[in-house]
Ligand binder design. Structure first.
Ligand SMILES: [Zn+2]
Length: 335
């Protein structure tokens, strides 16, 4: 043991002599029971088992040794108001206290405590953003977040509050960023982000999604409006698209990012685009998720000061959640 220790110290000494710093852990992962509470009861595909499915695989791969694991954050109701309007925030609180009621036109029922559970998801995504902006980490991963269908005034597709939208508003308003990228590889179009920032030129949007399924939006000709024309990229993918199809779309996503040079990158990595999801017909393998994490971490290092926030997003096959999300983390770590 003495010999090994001496060798390690000698190696460290050599590195310092060359002026190199030891590689710091660059990724924070938010994990805790409070995130698991965002899930719908009664056999709903967006169940409370999703966080556990992620974390079981995270532990199996021993990723806590290569990342910093952080507890979910608590937040004040005020943080919701940067994106959502007051009437909608009140409606969610009311139905959450009652334990029933619809929050949109049919997909998203209230459950008891849904207000607090959704607030925790948003507060955690925001906490991760603040830590990245403070330079305390380069990348962060928040499972369960990435609730990309929620609009300012209503829920949508199992999404009550739009954590990505809240983060984007915060980055524009308080950090004075001019260009923020939102990249979305979930099987469903990120309509809540797209339409709420459709005319905002600073939001660089790139979304690959299965065409003709919920929410039915995201045509290729939807490229942004007004001053924002050309800042948005929508890539509708055919059902049964595989890794080769992913690679073709992904090349366009990377070109789009290169053209606009964002200062901060958000990835919504919904695992429902991996083969075997019960509610979509996409057929990527988890390898595409490794690639997404790796390429965006490299891109972030080159152009965006390393700033990358990955949000879990959808995914209703529990095995795929574990494989896809942890592959994104491993991709970031291997960049
Ligand atoms: Zn989805």
């Amino acid at each position: 043991m003495k010999g090994i220790l001496a060798l390690k110290i000698r190696k460290l000494h050599c590195r310092r002599q060359k002026g190199e710093q030891p590689r710091l852990m660059r990724t924070q992962v938010y994990a805790g029971e409070a995130l698991a509470r965002y899930g719908f009861p009664g056999g709903h595909p967006f169940s409370t088992h999703r966080f556990g499915a992620f974390y079981k695989e995270f532990e199996k791969r021993n990723l806590a040794r290569r990342t910093t694991v952080v507890e979910p954050a608590n937040g004040d109701t005020d943080l919701l108001r940067s994106f959502h309007n007051e009437a909608y925030v009140s409606l969610v609180r009311q139905n959450s206290d009652r334990g029933f009621g619809l929050l949109d036109r049919g997909d998203t029922p209230a459950f008891a405590g849904c207000f607090e559970a959704a607030l925790t998801v948003c507060a955690t995504a925001l906490a991760a953003t603040e830590v990245i902006m403070a330079g305390e980490t380069e990348a962060a991963f928040v499972p369960i977040a990435g609730l990309h269908h929620a609009r300012r005034n209503m829920a949508g597709g199992f999404c009550i509050f739009n954590d990505a939208g809240i983060v984007i508003e915060k980055l524009f308003a308080e950090y004075d960023l001019k260009r923020i990228a939102y990249v979305d590889i979930d099987a469903h179009h990120g309509d809540g982000v797209y339409y709420e920032f459709e005319d905002q030129p600073g939001l660089i949007f790139a979304d690959m999604h299965q065409q003709y399924i919920y929410p039915g939006t995201g045509d290729a000709d939807e490229t942004g409006t007004g001053e924002a024309a050309g800042t948005k990229l929508n890539i509708p993918m055919r059902a049964h698209s595989n890794d080769a199809d992913f690679d073709r779309g992904w090349a366009q996503v990377l070109d789009h990012l290169k053209a606009h040079k964002p200062e901060f990158i958000i990835l919504q990595c919904g695992a429902d685009s991996i083969a075997g999801d019960p509610i979509t017909q996409m057929e990527y393998s988890p390898a595409s998720f490794l690639r997404a994490g790796k390429d965006l971490a490299r891109f972030a290092s080159e152009f965006a000061g390393g700033r990358l926030l990955a949000l879990g997003g959808g995914g209703y096959n529990l095995t795929n959640i574990g494989l896809g999300w942890n592959n994104v983390i491993e991709g970031v770590l291997s960049a």
